[in-house]
Design a protein around this ligand. Structure first.
Ligand SMILES: [Zn+2]
Ligand SMILES: [Zn+2]
Length: 255
């Protein structure tokens, strides 16, 4: 993950509270276009400069060619309010072990997956198992990817409840592990649409909490009931995959 520095010199008498609101809006447009990661970034005023430090998946995520209509429109508004131009600088990588995002020319399949702690893209590449920046996909909805990020937030909320254990643990776990839950339905619809837009099969990651019986014959897809265990584990992680239903899962770590 990269940390970027977006800043702008304030050369007018614009009200700074108003400017901070407009800047916040720009950051939310970057986020809904998949150009920045994470839920909140540092933002501050330094003398007559407003500065923001978002995370991005690629060094060049904030390049103009990745902008959408809303990002461009809001950039223009802020530049007019300040009578200066936004400047961009890469501060550095956030940690050493960070993998670059997917660089496959064509992915065999995609996986919709996230968890309570990650700020990577909710779509990973089935070929290389790396994150796929959302802005690489055809526009999903209204110049951006908000419905995918809405599923992501819902999933993160459920995962946080089940990690914290005290409030709504069972309900949240069922949202994550039952194929017909509202959360799974929302995710499966997103997978269907990504596949339609990209012509690449897109799998929904179904959380598996329950220990699976040792007998292989007991392992069946929870949707179509066909056998779905993989002969060989994929990416040291996935043990089950149903190509009829586009769902993928793992053996539960619980014993
Ligand atoms: Zn890839
Ligand atoms: Zn199935």
């Amino acid at each position: 993950m990269y940390t970027q520095r977006i800043s702008i010199e304030i050369n007018t008498k614009v009200n700074k509270d108003e400017l901070i609101d407009e800047f916040g809006l720009l950051m939310s447009f970057y986020r809904s276009n998949g150009q920045t990661q994470g839920r909140i970034e540092s933002q501050y005023i330094e003398n007559d400069k407003i500065v923001c430090l978002p995370f991005t998946l690629e060094k060049h995520s904030l390049e103009k060619k990745n902008n959408n209509y809303y990002v461009n429109k809001q950039t223009e508004k802020i530049e007019n309010l300040c009578n200066s131009k936004l400047t961009f600088k890469t501060v550095g990588k956030s940690y050493d072990s960070y993998k670059t995002p997917c660089e496959c020319e064509k992915s065999d399949f995609y996986i919709l997956i996230t968890n309570y702690i990650t700020i990577e893209s909710p779509v990973t590449c089935g070929t290389c198992n790396k994150s796929v920046p959302l802005y690489r996909f055809p526009i999903y909805h209204d110049y951006g990817y908000l419905p995918i990020l809405s599923w992501e937030t819902n999933y993160v909320s459920c995962d946080s409840l089940q990690m914290n254990c005290e409030v709504g643990e069972r309900w949240a776990l069922n949202q994550m592990q039952k194929i017909n839950s509202q959360l799974s339905k929302q995710g499966l619809e997103i997978c269907r649409k990504i596949a339609e837009l990209t012509l690449v099969p897109t799998f929904y990651y179904l959380h598996n909490y329950k220990k699976v019986k040792e007998d292989q014959s007991e392992r069946h897809c929870p949707n179509c009931n066909e056998k779905w265990d993989l002969k060989k584990q994929i990416h040291d992680c996935y043990d089950f995959k149903c190509d009829n239903c586009n769902i993928i899962s793992t053996i539960s770590p619980n014993t």
